[in-house]
Design a protein around this ligand. Structure first.
Ligand SMILES: NC(=O)c1ccc[n+]([C@@H]2O[C@H](COP(=O)([O-])OP(=O)(O)OC[C@H]3O[C@@H](n4cnc5c(N)ncnc54)[C@H](O)[C@@H]3O)[C@@H](O)[C@H]2O)c1
Length: 384
């Protein structure tokens, strides 16, 4: 492992599977090779002894275009005969059953075996698709995520949710398949647009607001360095976000909400809490075609507003959340001209709607998310 890398182990409850998340500063071929060797990813161990693995490498074509040097470094990890390289457009339409089937066909034609690897290099789109095909091929082969967007680093590559879309809706078809490893290379972010970078910051904002007063204060003190993409600060917030997501997922891997609806004591016992900002955020994303994480950030400020209005949290909590959102250059509920009329049709389709009630993730305070059954009518409180 190169000296510049930092590694944490993420433990997920399913079979007590543990996998490493490695953050590296640089993407030189030699650095990546060392990380792969250090994690033992080049070989599988089985009854036949050690076997050199081959890999199906799915690469986001937007990333490939922006960073041909990085793609060369990734391709060098395996010799040409050991690689099946497939470029995937970094667009939501790539998350389709049709594309997954096509990729599975290419893997079969290439003769990939049960002990070979799938490597997903890209944002959440390629990660969700790569995890999905890996979970199906030979009833499941290892997947290694190499996320190239900040959102994928802090969120979608962790937790094992995979998905493709259906004409009737997003992420309607999917599996749970924990990765063998996640390798986040910070210099991949250099080519990421501000728009896509901030989308990842929106998810970090959610983790801080819902789960960690410490991360919240850190972001508040270091907002300028976050926006300057300072590697030291990004490493810290990335690892903190991963720790939070992993802890929630570890306790409730399949989103059964075992801790019940009211979570006064355990803020980590229910995966639904990760939906903080998403209930209204999804509607905003759809109604105004906003990137996911940016819409989530608006949703977090709306969750704080509703919580303050129903006196679940003090007004100070709402003020602090609005202030940090602004410092991080995220849009807040006060900046966006939104209306309930535009958003409500999408909220009504939410999987978390029970009768006339939403399982709305609210805040008791900064760092303390709770699920609150909320009548649809109560959403009108958000409009003034
Ligand atoms: N599985 C989960 O738990 C989970 C969680 C959150 C989101 N998601 C999914 O993630 C997806 C969104 O992911 P995303 O925000 O990463 O977007 P994305 O994968 O669509 O990527 C955004 C854009 O950035 C480009 N790109 C990627 N890396 C780049 C780089 N380093 N330099 C330049 N351009 C680059 C891509 O080509 C694309 O155009 C959605 O499909 C969502 O459903 C999944």
């Amino acid at each position: 492992m190169p000296a510049a890398s930092r590694k944490i182990q993420v433990r997920i409850k399913c079979d007590d599977k543990t996998y490493p998340v490695v953050v590296c500063a640089k993407s030189a071929a030699a650095d990546l090779d060392k990380v792969f060797k250090g994690l033992g990813l080049f070989e599988s161990r089985g009854p036949m002894g050690r076997l050199r693995r081959r890999a199906c490498i799915l690469i986001d074509d937007g990333f490939a275009h922006a960073r041909p040097d990085a793609v060369r470094a990734i391709k060098k990890l395996f010799s040409p005969g050991e690689n099946l390289i497939i470029k995937v457009p970094g667009a939501e339409t790539s998350k389709s059953f049709h594309r997954a089937e096509k990729i599975l066909g290419q893997m079969i034609s290439h003769g990939l075996r049960r002990n070979d690897l799938c490597i997903a290099v890209g944002g959440g789109v390629v990660g969700d698709l790569g995890g999905f095909v890996a979970s199906l091929y030979h009833r499941g082969i290892d997947v290694v995520h190499i996320p190239t967007t900040f959102l994928a680093m802090v969120d979608s590559s962790i937790g094992g949710k995979t998905a493709v879309n259906h004409t009737d809706g997003k992420n309607l078809i999917g599996t749970f398949h924990q990765p063998a490893a996640v390798i986040a290379v910070l210099d991949f972010l250099e080519s990421l647009s501000d728009f896509d970078f901030l989308s990842g910051i929106g998810e970090v904002f959610k983790y801080a607001a819902g789960f960690s007063p410490g991360l919240f204060r850190y972001l508040d003190r270091n907002a300028t360095r976050v926006l300057d993409r300072d590697p030291e600060v990004l490493t810290h917030i990335l690892l903190e976000s991963v720790r939070i997501k992993a802890e929630v997922v570890r306790r409730d891997e399949r989103e059964t909400g075992v801790a019940g609806l009211h979570l006064g004591r355990s803020k980590f016992g229910d995966r639904r809490l990760l939906n903080l900002g998403h209930t209204i955020g999804h509607g905003i994303e759809k109604a105004y075609s906003m990137p996911h994480g940016l819409a989530v950030a608006v949703g977090v400020t709306l969750a704080a507003k509703l919580s303050a209005k129903v006196k679940l949290c003090p007004l100070r909590c709402y003020d602090e959340i609005m202030s940090l959102g602004t410092k991080l250059s995220l849009q807040t509920e006060a900046d966006l001209h939104w209306s309930l009329k535009d958003v409500l049709p999408y909220v009504r389709r939410d999987k978390k709607l029970v009768g006339n009630h939403l399982q709305f993730v609210c805040l008791k305070d900064v760092g303390h998310a709770v699920v609150r059954l909320t009548k649809l009518d109560e959403l009108e409180l958000l409009e003034d």
